[in-house]
Design a protein around this ligand. Sequence first.
Ligand SMILES: Cc1cc2nc3c(=O)[nH]c(=O)nc-3n(C[C@H](O)[C@H](O)[C@H](O)COP(=O)(O)O)c2cc1C
Length: 345
Amino acid sequence: MTDRRETSLRTPLCALLGCDHPVLLAGMGGVSRWELAAAVANAGGYGILGMVRESPALIAAEVAALRAATDRPFAVNLIPAATEPGLLDAQIACCLDLGVPAFSFFWDVMPDVVARVKRAGCLVLHQVGTVEAARIAEEAGADVIIAQGVEAGGHVHGRSPAFRLAGQILQQTDLPVVVSGGIATGEGLAAALALGADGVQCGTAFLATEESFAHPYHKSRIVEATGDDTVLTDIFVLNWPKGAAVRVIANSVTGELGGEYLGHDPDSLPHVTIAFDGDQPRLRFSTDSPLRTTTGDLEAMALYAGQGAGAITDIPPAAARLADMVAQARRIRESAARRDFGALP
Ligand SMILES: Cc1cc2nc3c(=O)[nH]c(=O)nc-3n(C[C@H](O)[C@H](O)[C@H](O)COP(=O)(O)O)c2cc1C
């Protein structure tokens, strides 16, 4: 039976992506593995696997595990401009061989990469941080623009607040636009829909759930954090181009060395091992965040979180996080509709 309210949050994006609710799981590197993507997809959201710089073997294993856990459509997230070209080529070839239906890309737009996967019939979602990048992504063939604001956790490409950027992009495109950055509640979802956006993308809110592959320490730091505890810094820059900014929970590293944007040069930072994932060393100042499998000095690693962290007070199953968000957004929209109706002459 169709519940009238069940359909009230649906936007054309839901039909395009094949999901029930216009809520996307951000393709968080390390964190958005099959278990989380399946949980979000099975709960009616849209699952995106975070596969930045992962090997084709891991991508194949994650896609197989995801497909075993859900028959919902999904995307694979890659960051073309921050991936060595040979590896990127192999990642994309692997995804196309596997029949991955959609890609989510981030950072600088690489038009030839977009064109390659479009030729193979895939959908392309492109996350951008500026109006200009949105224009380039659309020209390259993207089907969905994700407007990332400066409130976002993880790597942050632009400096505009998410809703301002999304509003500006909406004025120049007919493509579906998704708001990303700082959204952890139904209020944010309702506000995005009221703006005319087609949905939201959430990272931090899903990182702090049972199924995410983040280390429990990272999840608990998000639960304890207020939105004011996050900083935009470029101190976690080893393995990335100079100047790449990330939003993290302030910790001993940002406190001592760069709790702000200072133009740190990756070549001038020392290489000191502070943790391990299996036999893989994790360096101080690197972009790696602590995962389930990480041991060592977790406090000194990049504890990515967006400014919505203050609204996160527990670590529920991802389905419960999504259901709460959707229920709250519905209540807000229904109450706004009642007020509008009451205002009629
Ligand atoms: C732990 C973490 C890892 C991330 N890794 C990626 C990534 O690999 N690729 C990507 O496109 N975005 C990545 N992001 C950024 C997200 O796509 C998104 O912009 C962000 O999570 C939205 O802000 P929010 O965390 O406040 O919801 C990451 C974010 C977090 C929190």
